[in-house]
Design a protein around this ligand. Structure first.
Ligand code: ADP
Ligand code: G6P
Length: 465
């Protein structure tokens, strides 16, 4: 059973956002039930899940009142946790009703799940919107194994402590059987937080002992359906003409964590210091709207539009528009072709759990004539993709230098860097990610109230024997 705030659309239409894109690929293979809390707002919510059947898997939606949902989603999740976990303490907006709504949504979801779950079901909870869920499920007597995966970064202890409810959050995380992270960086932060807050002790097997229980921890870098995305690029590229000029591409939800103004500032420095590239290159930035009702998101939108207009006004000519900006989601097959036909992929978040766009860009390339990935040192993907051109997204000069190096990189070097990135990706795809997490969750040994070790799928006597 997968549980997340955002579930894929019931009609299968285009979804953006790494969580839905990756899980859709993972679940489509084996089927299952995906329980989602978002987008089902009604003043008379049903006490049970509202079920929808898709060809690939089932979706169960938990209804809730819109006021409650706003305080939980726009409020606690995206005005407190999202900025805090991305290290943007300046953007946190703490209101007392937000924390209460966050807890209440977890309670509601737990009640609907408790009704539907069987003891040997595995429950896999996703992301910062639902941290208290295991706590609430256990309070209702649910005995299933419960794993949690954090898609976004976990900051260091000092930053974490800026969240008013940090102690509760740490305790709720310790209620899971397995907690997974995108990177070693985040895993290290969790160990430190558990040590400091709950006197956790790191065991030789990498698990953490807390209050007489053992919690498994692990690093599971999320990925994409590499072969599927590559196929989309191959098919589309066959009948799409290449762009008139070499293209740089950026594809990101319009989120302040993605470093979009900093990216444009880097592009501006590049144009300023390399006049020979004027009219010889173009930047396409695709940035669909996201969480529009939160003020910080309104601000980033107008900042980006202002900067794009500024660069076009400063350098553009009658025949050349240096920045093309599209503010909506595009179908995946179109994205795959755009990546394939772009000379440079720009992925420069200020802080990111993983960043799937980096992996999509690499998967979409033609191995014989690949483009170059420019990647922020603060994207989780940088731990796995050292052959990209790694940049500091806060330094426009560094971005400008990398753009020039990418555009001038000889074919042999492009092929070598891409080859290394692509062969890593082909093994570490989204199936590898979900299989690794579920295998670890299944192997977690649980000490029951009777003090006996229980192994999944085995009666205690069988495990002991
Ligand atoms: P996040 O999860 O923070 O949004 P990721 O880069 O990990 O960031 O994942 C974003 C996902 O959303 C990718 O699969 C990407 O292709 C998709 N996406 C981003 N922008 C668009 C867009 N304009 N149209 C369609 N899909 C998009
Ligand atoms: C990131 C988060 C996901 C979220 C997605 C889109 O990927 O990790 O939990 O679903 O962004 O954001 P949204 O608020 O639209 O669900």
């Amino acid at each position: 059973m997968i549980v997340s705030n955002r579930a894929p659309s019931v009609d299968g239409s285009d979804d953006s956002g790494g969580l839905v894109v990756a899980l859709k690929d993972a679940l489509a293979k084996d089927g299952g039930l995906w329980i989602g809390g978002a987008a089902q707002q009604t003043e008379r919510p049903s006490a049970s899940l509202v079920l929808h059947h898709r060809a690939d898997f089932d979706i169960g939606l938990c209804e809730m009142e819109s006021g409650l949902y706003q305080d939980y989603y726009l409020g606690y999740s995206n005005s407190v946790l999202w900025p805090a976990l991305h290290g943007r303490l300046d953007l946190i907006d703490v209101q007392p009703r937000y924390a209460a709504a966050y807890r209440e949504v977890a309670r509601r979801l737990a009640r609907t799940i408790a009704e539907a779950v069987a003891e040997d079901d595995l429950i896999w909870v996703h992301d910062y919107q639902l941290i208290p869920l295991a706590h609430e499920l256990k309070a209702l007597g649910v005995k299933s194994r419960i794993g949690f995966f954090l898609h976004i970064p976990l900051p260091d202890l000092q930053t974490f402590k800026a969240i008013p409810d940090w102690r509760d959050l740490a305790r709720w995380l310790a209620d899971y059987d397995l907690v997974g992270f995108q990177t070693q960086r985040d895993l290290g932060h969790m160990i430190n937080i558990f040590r400091h807050t709950l006197r956790g002790e790191l065991r030789a097997n990498g698990n953490m002992g807390i209050d007489g229980r053992e919690i498994a921890l692990g690093c599971f870098p999320i990925s994409i359906n590499v072969d599927g995305f590559r196929r989309l690029a191959d098919e589309g590229a066959a009948d799409t003409p290449p762009p008139p000029l070499p293209r740089l591409i950026g594809v990101d939800r319009l989120d302040y964590s993605k470093g979009l103004p900093q990216r444009l500032a880097g592009y501006e420095v590049f144009l300023e210091s390399n006049p020979e590239f004027h009219s010889q290159v173009g930047l396409l930035q695709v940035a669909p709207p996201t969480r529009d009702d939160v003020d910080a998101y309104k601000e980033i939108r107008s900042e980006l539009e202002h900067l794009a207009g500024h660069i076009n006004g400063r350098f553009g000519t009658v025949d050349w528009t240096p920045v093309q900006y599209i503010h909506r989601a595009l179908p995946r097959d179109q994205l795959a072709v755009l990546f394939r036909l772009s000379r440079v992929g720009l992925v420069t978040p200020l802080f990111d759990g993983m960043n799937l766009v980096a992996k999509e860009y690499v998967a979409a390339q033609d191995e014989a004539d690949p483009g170059v990935l420019i990647l922020s040192q603060f994207a989780g993907a940088a731990e796995e993709m050292p052959e990209a051109l790694i940049v500091n997204p806060h330094d426009p000069q560094d971005i400008a230098r990398a753009i020039k190096a990418a555009l001038e990189m000889p074919l042999a070097e492009r092929v070598e860097r891409h080859g290394a990135l692509y062969s890593h990706l082909r093994i570490h795809d989204v199936d590898h990610w979900s299989a690794a997490f579920l295998k670890r969750l299944l192997s977690v040994e649980r000490i029951g109230v009777d003090g006996v070790a229980h192994f999944p799928g085995l009666e205690p006597w069988a495990a002991a024997g």
